[in-house]
Design a binder for this molecule. Sequence first.
Ligand code: ZN
Length: 446
Amino acid sequence: MQHDNKKYAAHLSGMVQCPTVSTVDPENLPLEAFFQLHKYLEETYPLIHKTLTKEVMGKAGLVYHWKGTGKSGKLPVLVCAHQDVVPEGDHSKWKYPPFSGHIDEEGMLWGRGCGDCKATMLAELEAVEALIADGFVPDFDIYMAFGYNEEIMGGPGAACQIISDEFKARGLRFGLVLDEGGGIMNMNGSKVAMIFASEKGYADHEFWVEDGGGHAAMPPEHNALGKLGKAMYDLEANPMEPKLTAPVIQMFKSQAAITPSPMKELFADPEGNWEQLKAICAGNKMLNTYIRTTTTPTMAQGSAQANILPEKATVVTNSRILPGETLEDLEAHFKAVLPEYVHFRLLKGHNPPAVSTTDSPAYRLLAKLAKDMHGEDVHVLPALVFGGTDSRYYCDMSDSVYRYVGGANSGKGGGAHAVNECLDTNTLDTFVEFFVRVFREYATAE
Ligand SMILES: [Zn+2]
């Protein structure tokens, strides 16, 4: 298939120019920006809007359905992305205005959301538009679902909850679900296809201690904020027990092939080397996330003024729950570590979604495409992602949910959630081609 990165870049720029910032308060969602994006997609992808059915679900969720012939007998495929972006931050720190979608001489595109995750949405849409133009008719159904509040972890009124409830009401199941996540990357000098088959759960808790308050000139030995500070220190000092879980054992074993000694030997047999591995992981921020549920305090509040003792001190923590553990396990741990005068409540959270299989025709198709497109030497790595994605809402409708987009970044872009988010548009074709091949080859994947 012929690709035109200049055209893709122009389309992506148009998408970035719609300031679709998701807001914690759903009432403040800038709906006009989302509708501006919908209109832009209608103008940019005329064949999709002629051939597929489009539904708006919830406030601004987009669901497209391409009805196939059904000849393959395969379950439908769902590809996802989120329309929303995080706030742009300090405008004065941006090299180009955050919603300009500016493309420089080297083909770098600048703007909030270009990488996270409008490029994924672009690749999926371009692939379908190109296939229609090519006369392709799928032998199975294809769905595209684009939510609008991924960046605030969904919460009440999560777009993809509404969409997945609707899918369930229609009795849908999927043979493959793809969402934002890994691609082809460089790891220890090897080319790696990072296929995220599992993800951690999530929880925000509020902790508080109440106290008499009063004049700060006459303080008690420990006031509410002091006690709560100690409680947070204790939570850090007493994390949940490390654990080796099935998806991480599989990831470590696979990673052994591309890891230098001495970690190579440890990864090759994580269970046999658990005592040693456990100690190494505990001392490494990145590895630690793979072996335990983590909790860290992120926000705090005391009294309203420097000379007033707090009557109530509050702290908000953020936890990431290992597959195999639950919100209940986490809260039992809080109770075991903390004294009774420290209270807590769940603000928002969800258990880890089901772990997807790496033994399915869909997974084998992704592995095959990685090698076909990027070389036999690509190492396919099934991995755990510790951030959250919208794909979790579909994990009970498919055993093959992968946070994977199959293209190769040049490594030049970056800045997701920071100022100066940018993306190298010279490799957009590899992402579009990936989705084209998925749709072309899924029907015959074994
Ligand atoms: Zn994202």
